[in-house]
Design a protein around this ligand. Structure first.
Ligand code: 6GU
Length: 411
């Protein structure tokens, strides 16, 4: 792969000579050339900027040196049959993601145009589109003084994906963002350090248990740190349904409210006389519930067809579900495991239950939920999922409390 970087600070890109990028250069996998934009000026002061039309603060990079620089790099392209890709780092660009890095790693010739000041005259980008695939890309929601640091980051992310670059290709697959989840925490020897133990499951030699633990940790981290990523949750196929399970957003409140009514009215119809507190909930309370609980929804065919929610006992008004549930963070209240009446019996409730259990924080030792004492189908499903009857639900005649030990996640 050939990468040309154009900048007014060529020395800034000296970092590309060291570390892994440097090794890729030495091995011939990568040919990086850094060019000084001022070499494409013709005035005595080697001017690259001027005042903005329309007024405003700062200076704008002039189009002429950029035009000449980009023309010369097209003419010198190592793969003239293909359009090179022009990357323009800018805080107003589209987000640079692992998916973008993978696309860029497929191209034979990348040119990176590092702007300084308030940016580059927009006509440069428009004009370049005749010869280049142009990508205006941002590193994130913050502002750098120029594109050089971003260019170094883009290049490192792309180059490590080149075939033959990293010794162990597995280490590329399992990383943060490759599956839309953050990476699980990692540990090495010693097993005990300053009184801190490596999570026991990692020492067990049980590869299935280790994989389960790591996936649960990834989900938990993603939900806690990057709810925006958790929204893009996994697609699952269940009983012929093409489903997406994701975190609920406030915009889901109305549909979720309706689903709750549909499910609980059905329950009432099947078990006349059962007390169903969820039917008395106002829409306002339902919206507040979205703030107080970690709520997941299952979407199929554009409609919300199921949900489940969880929270640490004592986090919200009303506290834990059962007697003796402390507010010490070790109990995860599970609630509202619901499946649209027409889609019950396909394992969707069981799946949602697993998703919401997996979202519990590491300190949780017990899952707790309530259901109607006469809700036979619910009781069967919960028992199959490992829940055991603990007794009548305090203050709610006709309801029972079920608990299940959470898998050990640390210590
Ligand atoms: Cl790509 N460039 C600049 N100048 N600032 C940024 C950025 C890029 N990404 C985030 N901030």
């Amino acid at each position: 792969m050939r990468i040309d970087v154009v900048t007014i600070f060529p020395a800034y890109l000296d970092v590309l000579d060291v570390s892994l990028t440097g090794r890729a250069r030495d091995s011939g996998l990568l040919d990086v050339r850094v060019h000084d934009l001022r070499a494409f000026t013709h005035d005595r002061h080697r001017t690259v900027d001027d005042t903005p039309y329309g007024g405003g603060a700062g200076m704008v990079m002039k189009p002429e040196p950029w035009g000449e620089a980009l023309d010369s790099l097209v003419a010198d392209s190592p793969a003239p049959a293909h359009r090179p890709t022009l990357v323009v780092p800018t805080p107003s660009g589209t987000p640079f993601t692992q998916a973008v890095a993978r696309e860029l790693a497929e191209t034979a010739h990348l040119v990176v145009a590092c702007g300084r000041y308030e940016g580059i005259d927009q006509r440069v980008v428009e004009e370049a589109a005749a010869a280049y695939d142009v990508r205006e890309l941002s590193l994130g929601d913050f502002v750098l003084n120029g594109g050089e640091a971003a260019a170094a980051a883009f290049i490192e992310a792309v180059v490590r994906l080149l075939p033959g670059f990293v010794g162990n290709p597995d280490s590329l697959v399992e990383e943060s963002h490759e599956e839309g989840l953050l990476e699980y925490p990692v540990y090495t020897k010693p097993a005990a350090w300053r009184g801190r133990q490596v999570p026991g499951v990692l020492l067990s030699g049980d590869h299935g248990a280790i994989a389960t633990w790591r996936h649960a940790e990834s989900v938990r981290r993603t939900v806690a740190r990057r709810p925006d990523l958790a929204h893009r949750a996994a697609r699952v196929g269940l009983g012929g349904l093409d489903l997406e399970v994701r975190l609920a957003a406030r915009a889901d409140a109305g549909e979720l409210f309706t689903l709750t009514r549909a499910c609980w009215l059905q329950e009432l119809w099947a078990n006349p006389g059962v007390h169903v507190p969820a039917l008395e909930e106002s829409f306002e309370e339902a919206v507040r519930g979205l703030d107080d609980w970690t709520t997941f929804v299952a979407v199929a065919g554009g409609r919300i067809v199921g949900s489940a929610r969880g929270r640490v006992a004592g986090d919200g008004v009303g506290g834990g579900a059962g007697e003796g549930d402390g507010d010490d963070g070790t109990t995860w209240d599970v609630g509202r495991v619901m499946v649209a009446p027409d889609l019950q019996g396909r394992g969707l409730g069981r799946h949602l239950l697993r998703v919401v259990e997996d979202a519990a924080p590491a300190e949780v030792t017990t899952y707790v939920l309530w259901t109607g004492a006469k809700s036979v189908d619910n009781l069967r499903m919960y028992k199959k999922a490992g829940y055991r009857l603990r007794g009548p639900a305090p203050g709610s005649p006709g309801a029972v409390v079920l608990t299940k030990p959470a898998p050990r996640r640390s210590g």
